[in-house]
Design a binder for this molecule. Sequence first.
Ligand code: 16G
Length: 260
Amino acid sequence: MADISNKLFASDPVVLPKGGPLYLQLKRWIEEAIERGAVKPGDALPSERDLALKVDVSRVTVRKAVQHLVRAGVLVQRHGSGTFVAPHSQRVEQSLSQLTSFTEDMARRGMSVRAIWLDRGLYPPSPEETVALGLSGGDLVARIARLRLSGDIPLAIERASLSSRLLPDPEAIESSLYAHLERSNHRPVRAIQRIRAASLGAADAGLLGVAEGAASLNIERISYLESGRVVEFTRSIYRGDTYDFVAELRIGAASETRAK
Ligand code: 16G
């Protein structure tokens, strides 16, 4: 692993960004060095003593700055071998404002996708499916259940229910449900999602390759056609250790008026 002393101290003497207590200035200086790529994930930080000497601050100040960065996940400490710039996050970020499919989400990140089919077929609907999909007596429901993976890494379990009128032949889906629906002009244009934290039972944990009781994000998506008709009622279980759901928030019209 590379020692970053030379890259870090290229500009001699070190000039810390101004403002706030000294340990925060040092913390920002280290963050900036990481942001501009002067130091890379996996690089070793100089020892506390060397940093204190070079930057001309006390070792207590260095320790405090480093502790804050470790807590923030920017640096990692390995017992006996030192402090390192943390590896890039392996977590997947998904926007909460775009109605996209799993296949599209992964393609955008250059990740390959595949699915292991757990079930697909036509069934008499459960009461919950009848209500969610607005089915009438005698209607059948198309159920598709998949373990979704990128390469060999299982990311989510998805169980989708659709009216058999919109998906009469679940066997015909090749890999993407949304691509299949698009072909028959039934791709949803709007959806409501409900997300809650849960812990995995033995069977789902086994499928996702994590320990029983590990954290998951359980998402229920009900999506609609332009006409307001429900297309899918899908329950997805995402591994809690691989997904970050990201939402962009904007100031509301009422608060904007107040702020003026
Ligand atoms: C996403 C949707 C899921 C939809 C699927 C279609 C969430 C939480 N869920 O995973 O409701 O059925 O995409 O993906 O985002 P596909 O077109 O790749 O089969």
